[in-house]
Design a protein around this ligand. Structure first.
Ligand code: S3P
Length: 167
């Protein structure tokens, strides 16, 4: 399964919880990009720009899915990945279940503020909201949507597992 959603959606933390509950390995796409590049996401944006980051992201997703084959794994994508049509197409072709972790934009912004992570595309709330609103129609194309507001990581993970069983 693959977790998608905006910055602050909880993709990495829910992914780790799902991994331990299901006993499936967990992989974060941003982590794969950083390992391949030997530099942080922040550095890639600063030194090479977003266009190059999106190319690296697409290549990393492609290799991730190739390696995946038919094995069970929990994947988490960066906030912009599923909003790129070429990435959504790759995931569709792979037939992997996509789960959108949803939350009100104010909550997403607040969660990001609480984390030490330096996110190049998290600017002020207005800009954050504009980007969120432009991407939300893409996230809604995921097979499953889970509302995460007011829920803890374990509750969200349990809902994700229940949604898989129902499919
Ligand atoms: C991005 C989100 C980040 C990371 C990069 C770009 C985006 O991932 O991929 O900074 O375009 O929203 P998180 O959603 O894990 O913060």
């Amino acid at each position: 399964m693959v977790l998608v959603g905006f910055m602050g959606a909880g993709k990495s933390s829910v992914g780790a919880a799902l991994s331990s509950r299901l006993g499936w390995p967990f992989e974060d796409l941003d982590q794969r990009i950083q390992t391949r590049e030997q530099r942080s996401i922040e550095h890639i944006f600063r030194e090479s720009g977003e266009v190059v980051f999106r190319q690296l992201e697409h290549a990393a997703l492609r290799s991730m899915l190739q390696e995946l084959g038919t094995s069970a794994k929990v994947l988490a994508l960066g906030g912009g990945a599923f909003a790129q049509a070429n990435n959504a197409a790759l995931l569709n072709q792979a037939g992997i279940t996509t789960i959108f972790l949803d939350a009100p934009v104010e909550e997403l912004f607040r969660r990001c503020q609480e984390q030490p992570l330096d996110r190049p595309l998290r600017k002020d709330l207005d800009e954050f909201r504009r980007l969120h609103d432009s991407r939300r129609p893409c996230y809604l194309k995921a097979a499953v949507r889970i509302e995460t507001a007011g829920k803890n990581v374990d509750e969200v993970a349990a809902e994700a597992i229940a949604s898989l069983a129902l499919r």
